[in-house]
Design a protein around this ligand. Structure first.
Ligand SMILES: O=C1C[C@@](O)(C(=O)O)C[C@@H](O)[C@@H]1O
Length: 179
């Protein structure tokens, strides 16, 4: 078997950003969910290890948090806002009804990237969509950006883009956030 290849991603700074990755309700059941939507990943712990490992290769710290309870997610956001440079969230079961969580993220003033395994805008029968067709996220309108439809790779896309954007002084870096 051919060995896996690795690539180095050039970054503008060596800043060790702290990125929080939040998984909402039902993601704890990841291993038992639809293979068509969620693919081969075996569990939420596997996903967390995969994303944290990629963070290590990028030179940043990834802090994972997951809960099936909205209040716990709110409290995590409140208590982490000071130490975290940016958030990645899969609102999962809160996608259409998570106003409290969305607002808490907005209140942090930190960049927020929304992620989904599925392409939640795809119509019924769409290859990468949800079985029941498209849904409207209540998170997108105040998110900094979004990455979806790429299963677990959505998280990798979001993490890479967020780190490069935080390095960029004129985009999401310090000068922009404090301006
Ligand atoms: O739990 C989830 C997961 C999801 O956010 C995704 O990652 O594709 C899509 C949501 O509609 C669903 O409720």
């Amino acid at each position: 078997m051919q060995s896996a290849s690795t690539a180095t991603i050039e970054r503008e700074t060596a800043r060790r950003h702290r990125i929080a990755v939040i998984d909402g309700p039902n993601m704890s059941n990841l291993g038992a969910r639809s293979k068509k939507v969620y693919g081969k990943i075996g569990s939420l712990d596997e996903l967390k290890a995969y994303v944290a490992g990629f963070g290590t290769r990028l030179g940043v710290d990834v802090e994972a948090f997951s809960s099936n309870h909205q209040g716990d997610i709110l409290e995590f956001i409140h208590e982490s806002a000071e130490r975290v440079d940016g958030y990645i969230i899969n609102p999962a079961g809160l996608t259409t009804v998570g106003e409290g969580v969305r607002h808490a993220l907005e209140d942090t003033g930190r960049p927020v990237i929304e992620v989904h395994f599925a392409n939640i805008s795809a119509g019924a029968g769409g290859a990468r969509g949800l079985g029941g067709g498209s849904i409207r996220s209540s998170f997108t309108h105040t998110a900094t950006g979004m990455c979806m439809g790429m299963r677990q790779y959505s998280y990798i896309g979001a993490l890479t883009a967020l780190v490069l954007a935080l390095d960029d002084e004129g985009f999401l870096g310090k000068s922009e956030n404090e301006g």
